[in-house]
Design a protein around this ligand. Sequence first.
Ligand code: ADP
Ligand code: MG
Length: 262
Amino acid sequence: MTYIIAVANQKGGVGKTTTSINLAASLAATKRRVLLVDLDAQGNATMGVGVDKSAVKLTARDVLLEKAKPADVILHLPEIGISLMPANGDMTEAEIKLRDVAVGDFALKAALAEVADQFDYILLDCPPALSKLTVNALVAADGVLIPMQCEYYALEGLTALMDTIGKIKRVINPKLEVEGLLRTMFDPRNNLANDVSAQLLEHFKEKVYRTIIPRNVRLAEAPSHGLSVMAYDAQSSGAKAYLALAGEVLRRHDGGQLRLSA
Ligand code: ADP
Ligand code: MG
């Protein structure tokens, strides 16, 4: 069974792309077959795994606008152990054109159905907006992973995101669940961060991942080398945290067994 996770938060800079790349790589390290789908016109996930976004001929845009088959767009990245559906600035066109298509919310779901049996996990790195592309991700997904920075305004945007998730669940995608809230870039010396973290636990209880992603410079450096943090510095606190997060995700979805043979 393929499990599709949308990594979403309409705020920029909260760690969506960092989480998408490193959770994908961590799941791959436990022998799961993983597809990372870059849905952001900025192409940060694409560049972050070492693919030159300006050099790719086919992207998620071509898949969403039915100009190409997913299998022809997906790249296989043996050094990171994952597959990638890349994106670049062309995604802006998909965002606009999908607004004019009657079934424009279903384009990603339809495309992923063609390749789903080749993957155990599909991670969707969403753009920083509650846009048509994010709606496509929420329609295609089984679960939503919401990265958040524990700061003063963090909870504000959460209401709008939860409303959108609720609406899509009621109207289009009844199986959609909030998979979890992930505390990112966490600095335990920061009192406000601790307060916001406590509030999150109080309101969302078991929906908050026990794993906390610390602020760690290795996580910020790795993408400039086109590497996951595990490949860049396996001993870093960032690498350990994302492996722990993968463990939590696996425990929730497939009993957490480590597969020793592919
Ligand atoms: P988003 O995709 O939500 O916009 P990113 O994952 O691109 O957010 O993260 C924003 C910036 O913060 C990037 O420069 C990234 O390298 C950095 N960053 C993300 N997570 C961490 C972390 N835990 N520690 C340090 N830097 C981080
Ligand atoms: Mg991003």
